[in-house]
Design a protein around this ligand. Sequence first.
Ligand code: ADP
Ligand code: TRP
Length: 341
Amino acid sequence: MTSPARKVSLTGIKPTGEPHLGNLLGAIQPALRLTGQYDSMYFVADYHALTTVRDADELARSSRSVAAIWLAAGLDPERSVVYRQSDLPEVFELSWVLSCVAAKGLMNRAHAYKAARDLNQGLGRSDLDAGVNMGLYNYPVLMAADILIADADVVPVGRDQLQHVEIAADVAGSFNHAFGDRYRLKIPQAIVPEAVAASVPGLDGRKMSKSYDNAIPLLSEPAALRKLVRRIATDSTGVDEPKDPDTSVPFQLLELFAEPQLAADVRGRLAAGGMGWGQLKDALGDTLVEALTPIRTAYHDLMRPDSDLDAILADGRDRARERARPVLEGVRSAVGVAAKH
Ligand code: ADP
Ligand code: TRP
């Protein structure tokens, strides 16, 4: 990293939930491809998860786990900076400064907070803020601090996070308006990386999602993978009858993970009536086992207590802090709390 000519991209990953194949193709791989174009920083947003998680062991484990998944999926710690949000005290100091320039009304309109209030309203509660902690309310300010402390140019996110990046840009503008004659924060730009597949289908044919109970977890063991594949809904077309590959969920999944030559062969056999659903599912099971085994193996290696994971995160922390320090110094000096003023 740190070639002065290249722009910097920053991605935050909240450590919650078990990732599935849709997350791999729709979020992880597209974000990893950006390393070709940007100096990339990836961090585990563990303090963002604290707005909901109440179990220390779970938070610690899922933070290591999400870092291990991204590394196993191809994140190269030599080329990119990988760190844990909680390892950068600079983020939290900037977060306070930003909350002193951010408009409260802007936070009232943030999606996550509005959704919590709408839920309370739907339940007929008189206190619309019931169950809302200040962490949830301040979530976009902390996210702005993550982005602005890294002096990031672009922030690749899914559509659900676009509003938060816009808020970060807005808050940076407010800071610059108040203190810009002394120090200016870089205004970040959100980008939505192009997905390998717009939508990876789940076992029931709907979009794969953890909320539909139709997901194939990325870290499934081979036997579990094959069992899930057998659950995929198919129609009653007979073995020898021609089938439309493009409306078949097992084929769509096969095409996303198989070598192009294999996918083309299977496509031909289905269309010609030379392959039954059972055979297709066997081929898909083999394909997924082959495609996912390297990721799963690398993941389990990284999760061992003696792996390189902690050293990678410590190195990432040092590199990220190097980038954060001058920004915080500029901000401290601009607002009037620097040692020498
Ligand atoms: P879920 O629907 O399982 O809760 P998330 O909302 O956590 O998934 O998804 C995180 C990211 O993963 C999203 O930004 C989206 O880009 C990607 N993603 C999730 N499901 C799919 C899918 N079925 N196909 C393609 N991309 C997906
Ligand atoms: N809020 C993001 C999510 O829920 C995670 C996140 C935290 C983030 N800080 C960030 C993403 C900074 C991009 C930049 O997925």
